[in-house]
Design a protein around this ligand. Structure first.
Ligand code: ZN
Length: 76
């Protein structure tokens, strides 16, 4: 059954400092030596694929929809 849904733009959340991956990365980066992962400086693509956050108005269920590459996105 279809219900009304609310659409908003997905935004990346804050990274948890105590998460296993973050701790491992911080440990590796400590001291002398280079970065564990290369830092990308040049990008071929100018735009990013925008994800939409879809929330059910009735039960609050959320899911995401990966969008297409857009230069400008307006959520009304
Ligand atoms: Zn629902």
């Amino acid at each position: 059954m279809h219900t009304a849904h609310m659409i908003s733009l997905y935004k990346k959340g804050k990274e948890r400092t105590l998460a296993e991956g973050t701790r491992r990365y911080a440990k590796k980066k400590r001291g002398y030596g280079s970065s564990r992962k290369p830092i990308q400086k040049r990008f071929v693509k100018v735009t990013k694929k925008q994800a939409l956050k879809v929330t059910c108005k009735k039960c609050g269920h959320q899911y995401q929809r990966i969008g297409i590459r857009l230069k400008r996105l307006e959520v009304t």
